[in-house]
Design a protein around this ligand. Structure first.
Ligand SMILES: CC(C)(COP(=O)(O)OP(=O)(O)OC[C@H]1O[C@@H](n2cnc3c(N)ncnc32)[C@H](O)[C@@H]1OP(=O)(O)O)[C@@H](O)C(=O)NCCC(=O)NCCS
Length: 217
């Protein structure tokens, strides 16, 4: 078997216009991985993926090779649904030559942070049959949910049309399928809510403390 050349370093960053040159490679890598997994895919056009880069909604991993060249190593992007009430991190792919190096995890962490920063109140969900993705979702605080808890945005569900299991989804009226639904609800991750009167009391106490500090100074 051909020995793989190890990259010198891997850079994971929010993509921009300069990365459009990688779009066709990204789409080809996604397509080939779907064939191997036998799942079918949500088809994306060159323009759609390039736009994600222009809008700072995509993350790319680039490998610096020992001969000084740069190679595409991985990719993912974020999408919003239902009037930005929901977000997904989608299209996660790591090129077969660079798997098992923790790149997917770095990409996932960055897309997750990007989504949390841009839409802090949105629920982030995932519909996946991938074990690695389930593991990463769990590490980030996603919990398994039923399909009812996901967006009812038709545009999202249209993405399932390319999947080999879409018949199951349709038969079950979108209530079940082969994939596992997982959700990160930001409300559940906030600290416990402090009643307004307690906050007012703390403000008063802090005001007094600051005042007495001033007197002491
Ligand atoms: C799935 C995929 C993105 C993983 O990429 P990767 O860079 O090799 O993954 P990482 O090295 O970052 O591993 C992330 C975690 O997933 C686990 N993992 C990776 N591949 C796995 C696999 N095939 N089965 C089970 N767990 C796996 C790792 O052990 C790691 O967990 P840890 O943090 O507890 O150690 C890559 O194999 C791929 O592109 N596959 C084809 C496309 C695909 O399946 N995309 C997901 C769509 S749902």
């Amino acid at each position: 078997m051909e020995e793989l050349i190890k990259p010198e370093s891997i850079q994971v960053l929010v993509a921009d216009e300069s990365h459009e040159r990688y779009v066709d490679t990204i789409l080809k890598t996604i397509e080939e991985a779907a064939k191997v997994r036998g799942t079918g895919i949500a088809k994306r056009t060159h323009e759609y993926v390039a736009n994600k880069m222009f809008e700072a909604k995509a993350v790319i991993a680039l490998a610096k090779m020992p001969d000084g060249t740069e190679r595409f190593a991985g990719f993912s992007y974020i999408e919003t649904w239902g009037n930005k009430q929901y977000v997904t991190t989608s299209g996660l792919i790591v090129h077969p030559d660079f798997r098992g190096l923790g790149i997917a995890k770095k990409i996932k962490d960055l897309t997750f942070s990007l989504a949390r920063t841009r839409w802090p109140h949105a629920k982030i969900f995932s519909l996946t049959s991938g074990k690695a993705v389930m593991k990463m979702n769990t590490q980030l605080g996603y919990l398994p949910v039923t399909f009812d808890d996901l967006t009812d945005d038709e545009a999202f569900w249209k993405g399932c049309e390319g999947c080999v299991n879409v018949g199951v989804l349709r038969e079950r009226n979108r209530k079940f399928c082969i994939c596992t639904a997982m959700l990160f609800d930001p409300e559940e991750h906030l600290p416990a809510k402090i009643p307004q009167e307690v906050i007012a009391r703390i403000d008063r106490l802090e005001g007094r403390a600051a005042h007495s500090q001033e007197l002491r100074d």
